[in-house]
Design a protein around this ligand. Structure first.
Ligand code: NAD
Ligand code: TYD
Length: 360
């Protein structure tokens, strides 16, 4: 086994954040860049359809923030980036993240989620021969498959992924763990439940339903609407990741969740109620937009996280309840029509291509 020098204390760090222009990664950067002016944060993102640099407006000009347009599936580009940046810490968010897309076009999921993670691990391993570097892998509870009506996912629950998305994330988790066991790479993994909040691409359940409700469009509920997800507000997830990076043990996995299980149909009802209150439209009209549609193939019935380990070892406590987080989320989508128009239009993509050429 290769030996790596012991970890430096969290003093001055070069932090590579992959996928920092996406939903969760942008919240992570917006929280940490101003909080740690002494650290340098490098956002590594290829800018897929799910990315939005507008989300990073609060930190775009910060002296300790920099953006690099790099495809993590491009091994040479990743190696060159790591040689330039010399990271002390890698926080890996970049992924293809939507289950429905993975059902229709799984190729990109294998390329980014598996090959991309492999490339980052190899680049981190090469750096680790020269300097201390730790790798934080952001993953999902979907790797565990589906629960029955009772019980919770714990860190030792066997992997049993159902979709190409969750299978590709499971593969990436296995690679990360293998690099710890085989090469002694200092890694940590977090598996989180469903996130929601401002700036999520409106293909996922909560933003899609908010916008469709407000625009008088159908609210497509898959199957019977009885599938259960465990919801966590996005900034609570970011704080949990940072708590694990600071306090979690190397080589360990931490499940992150906020003990907020809900049936999909109850989430849709709560969205209709919040949109009705915010817009003054009658809630019955919004509820009338609900349309039960064909179920998703391989649709996992229930996810539920037992977060006892991250609470006990890292002191994680979520700040938002589902009700308070949902209200903030509804207010964001109703209050930012320009953001919504921009992410839905091709104009933004054209702007990216004009302004950011890929590094390879
Ligand atoms: P997202 O789809 O909003 O953002 C993903 C980001 O990764 C985008 O900015 C995209 O441009 C970038 N990216 C994709 N392919 C890339 C590539 N080849 N090279 C460089 N960058 C690339 O995703 P998200 O919801 O912010 O999820 C972030 C991470 O958190 C993912 O790893 C996901 O599996 C995990 N996660 C998400 C949730 C959730 O509910 N959204 C829950 C648990 C875990
Ligand atoms: P989603 O936001 O895609 O997250 P995930 O599949 O990763 O859990 O979906 C959350 C739940 O909502 C899931 O059970 C599928 C369901 N769903 C619908 O019923 N209708 C929709 O239009 C979408 C996008 C999801």
């Amino acid at each position: 086994m290769a030996s790596f020098r012991s970890r430096r204390p969290l003093a001055i760090m070069n932090v590579v954040v992959t996928g920092g222009a996406g939903f969760i990664g942008s919240h992570f950067l917006n929280l940490l860049v101003p909080r740690y002016p002494e650290h340098r944060f490098v956002n590594v993102d290829v800018l897929t359809y799910a990315a939005n640099l507008m989300n990073l407006a609060p930190i775009a000009e910060a002296a300790n923030y920099q953006f690099e347009r790099v495809d993590i599936a491009d091994r040479d580009a990743v190696d060159a980036l790591f040689d330039r940046v010399q990271p002390d810490l890698v926080v890996h968010f970049a992924a293809e993240s939507h289950v429905d897309r993975s059902i229709h076009s799984p190729d990109a999921f294998v390329r980014t989620n598996i090959t991309g993670t492999f490339n980052l691990l190899e680049a981190t391993r090469a750096q680790a021969q020269r300097r201390p570097v730790t790798f934080h892998h952001v993953s999902t509870d979907e790797v565990f498959g589906s629960l029955g009506p009772t019980g919770f996912f714990v860190e030792t629950t066997p992997y049993d992924p159902s979709s190409p998305y969750s299978a590709s994330k499971a593969a990436s988790d296995h690679l990360v763990r293998a690099y710890h066991r085989t090469y002694g790479l200092p890694v940590r993994i977090t598996n989180c439940s469903n996130n929601y909040g401002p700036c999520q691409f409106p293909e996922k359940l909560i933003p899609l339903m908010i916008l469709n409700a407000a625009e008088g469009k159908p609210l497509p509920v898959y199957g019977e609407g009885t599938n259960v997800r465990d919801w966590l507000y996005v900034t609570d997830h970011c704080e949990a990741i940072w708590a694990v990076i600071q306090k979690g043990r190397l080589g360990e996995t931490y499940n992150i969740g906020g003990r907020a299980e809900k049936k999909n149909i109850d989430v849709v009802h709560a969205i209709c109620a919040a949109v009705a209150e915010e817009t003054g439209r009658p809630v019955d009209a919004l509820l009338g937009q609900i349309k039960y549609v064909e179920d998703r193939p391989g649709h996992d019935h229930r996810y539920a996280i037992d977060p006892a380990k991250v609470e006990r070892e890292c002191g994680f406590v979520p700040s938002e309840t589902f009700e308070s987080g949902l209200r903030k989320t509804v207010q964001f989508y109703l209050g930012n029509p320009d953001w919504v128009t921009q992410v839905r239009s091709g104009e933004y993509r054209a702007w990216i291509d004009r302004n950011y050429t890929r590094r390879s």
